[in-house]
Write a protein that binds this ligand. Structure first.
Ligand SMILES: NC(=O)c1ccc[n+]([C@@H]2O[C@H](COP(=O)([O-])OP(=O)(O)OC[C@H]3O[C@@H](n4cnc5c(N)ncnc54)[C@H](O)[C@@H]3O)[C@@H](O)[C@H]2O)c1
Ligand SMILES: Nc1ncnc2c1ncn2[C@@H]1O[C@H](COP(=O)(O)OP(=O)(O)OP(=O)(O)O)[C@@H](O)[C@H]1O
Length: 534
């Protein structure tokens, strides 16, 4: 392309100008010749510029290259976010389809697995209809009062348009209201902008750092109990709690298939416990369950959250682990705790989650990409078993952030800030603070400090083609997947937070956890006995 004696001037036309005036055939010849000699030509051009002091052309050339690179990057980034969006729509479509299928089956048979609960609830139907009417009145009334919003009492599988076609014997979900506890501040200016309620599911439009209170409008009727496996103390507590909730509280109880088998091995008395058969039923579980109780440590809370790919019912986490950062309830007092939770109101922490998609370079269409995977703590991209440095190009809303060269990178929620991110040198952040932590793992650089980014950004981490090795991604420490050069992870805040019940309130529970769990800033107090300011 560039000839040594062809600086851009009317008297000395450039090869580009020459090319423009050539026929396509001639042009092709010159192009292949130029490609063969391009390296030499660039060298010559540089030398030429240096020799003759004509820096302008070099600058112009590099500007042009930069513009082309920028345009190419924009196209790639646009494609990645379009793919992520398409995958999200596909997931929504599949969820809706599964819901419709389930509903059709139920209307046809009314004798399926879930209908056990329907029958149990049939006796309460008239009361519930009255409640439902009362609640819909209340829902209108509540707007403009202290509550964020009251959700409708749900009918199982109901869609608005065809509610009249639904038989009366349908299960209903307990209704509740959320409100801000503003400690003396009566203003509720922002509440309608921040949390929205549709059909009993919590979604956040924007995030808040205020304390939220949940008040039942109709009594909770169905509890899902999730337990840490292989623990004798958990198994014994589970047996006791299931019996108490059934006999004293008249609640419907769901457990995992494994736990149902354990309970039935213990005694046939437990045959009333319900479970789900497959992933399709699991997808709809949030429409049946009013409350989740976890018996275990933080891992069991993560497990509970991972079961719900959309909205999550409120979780009451009982501590039967060693650290218990997110498990503020003592199992010895479970009766008092559950009595108070079932009565309400409950202070809750809305723990934000990240939704992640893997965009494969080899994918032929967006449908071949993977996701969304939802995490409550963090998504980690690391070097796995490779002994090479990871090389990760990171973009935030299409702006280049940095290239991570080290063991890896953690993208963490604020709830996860006290987990792996903390171990990698990230800050501890109150779980109600909206944000995404960007924490490198052992970066090979003296100047790489962790970042906290706002919650509305989309992050993209790409394994570049010139990377020496593959990278590995894991979600809350589980589900490892390989990222080949050219693959990317796209990550943003999910619209489905995990509401966890507080022992006192969000802030007191957080501070208690960092003191008791991590012994934060534990130091002997300096004695009074010594020198002091006069
Ligand atoms: N170097 C590290 O600190 C490291 C390494 C790998 C994974 N992890 C963490 O382990 C989590 C998975 O937990 P698990 O129980 O399934 O695995 P696990 O059984 O290996 O437990 C990991 C530990 O992390 C604690 N933990 C989990 N979430 C926490 C949180 N939000 N705040 C404070 N501590 C928390 C747990 O109580 C437990 O002690 C991952 O999400 C990751 O954050 C940490
Ligand atoms: N219901 C479940 N089914 C399968 N695995 C589970 C379930 N609940 C928890 N786990 C897994 O069991 C492991 C241990 O759970 P958990 O962290 O609750 O207990 P722990 O290790 O004793 O507590 P801590 O983390 O406080 O030390 C975690 O990896 C978690 O993912």
């Amino acid at each position: 392309m560039y000839k040594r004696e062809s600086p851009m001037s009317p008297s000395n036309p450039t090869s580009a100008n020459v090319n423009a005036s050539m026929s396509p055939a001639e042009n092709g010849c010159v192009d292949s010749f130029s490609v063969l000699n391009s390296e030499q030509a660039v060298q010559e051009l540089i030398q030429d510029s240096l020799l003759h002091g004509i820096d302008d052309h070099l600058i112009e050339f590099s500007e042009a290259l930069r513009t082309v690179a920028k345009a190419l990057r924009r196209v790639t980034e646009g494609k990645a976010s379009a793919q992520a969006e398409a995958a999200e729509w596909k997931r929504k479509y599949e969820l809706e389809r599964a819901r419709n299928l389930q509903f059709e089956q139920k209307v046809l048979s009314l004798g399926g697995h879930f209908s056990e609960i329907t029958d149990e609830r049939a006796g309460n139907l008239e009361d519930q209809t009255v409640l439902s009417d009362a609640n819909s009145d209340q829902c209108e009334l509540c707007s403009g009062k202290d509550d964020i919003c009251a959700h409708e009492v749900l009918r199982d599988g109901e869609s608005d348009s065809d509610s009249s076609a639904i038989p009366n014997k349908m299960m209903r979900k307990a209704s509740f209201k959320l409100s801000w506890c503003c400690k003396g501040d009566k203003s509720d200016r922002h509440k309608h902008d921040i949390v929205s309620f549709e059909k009993g599911n919590i979604t956040t439009a924007e995030r808040s750092s205020k304390q939220i209170s949940l008040k039942w409008e109709s009594p909770p009727q169905t509890v899902l109990i999730l337990t840490k496996p292989n623990s004798t103390s958990v198994r014994i507590l589970c047996l006791e709690m299931v019996r108490w909730l059934k006999e004293q509280k008249k609640l419907n109880i769901f457990v995992e298939q494994r736990v149902k088998t354990e309970l039935l091995t213990e005694s046939s008395y437990y045959s009333f416990v319900q479970t789900w058969l497959d992933d399709k039923e699991l997808l709809l579980l949030h429409t049946k369950v009013d409350l989740i109780v976890t018996l275990g440590g933080d891992g069991t809370v993560l497990w509970a959250a991972s079961m719900f790919k959309g909205p999550v019912p409120p979780i009451v986490p009982f501590s039967l682990g060693s650290l218990g950062f997110m498990t503020p309830f003592y199992s010895e007092h479970y009766r008092e705790c559950l009595n108070s939770i079932l009565r309400g109101p409950i202070s809750i922490t809305l723990r934000h989650r990240l939704q992640c998609h893997i965009i494969r370079d080899e994918a032929k269409s967006e449908y071949e990409n993977e996701g969304p995977m939802l995490v409550l703590n963090e998504v980690t991209i690391d070097r796995g078993i490779s002994s090479f440095l990871t090389n990760l190009e990171c973009y935030c809303d299409n702006s280049f952030v940095t290239c991570v060269q080290g063991d890896g990178l953690i993208l963490s929620t604020t709830s996860g800030s006290t987990a792996y991110s903390l171990a990698a040198g990230g800050s501890m952040v109150h779980p109600q603070v909206p944000g995404i932590l960007f924490t490198p793992i052992c970066p090979h650089s003296l100047s790489f400090r962790p970042l906290i980014l706002p919650e509305h950004v989309t992050l993209r981490v790409v394994v570049p083609f010139n990377s020496r090795s593959q990278a590995w991604v894991s979600f809350d420490g589980k589900g490892r997947k390989q990222l080949a050069p050219g693959d990317a992870l796209v990550c943003s805040m999910a619209p489905w937070p995990v509401p966890t019940a507080c022992q006192l309130d969000s802030t007191s529970d957080f501070l208690r956890s960092i003191h008791d769990g991590l012994h934060w800033n534990l130091r002997k107090t300096q004695s009074f006995d010594g020198p002091r300011d006069s």
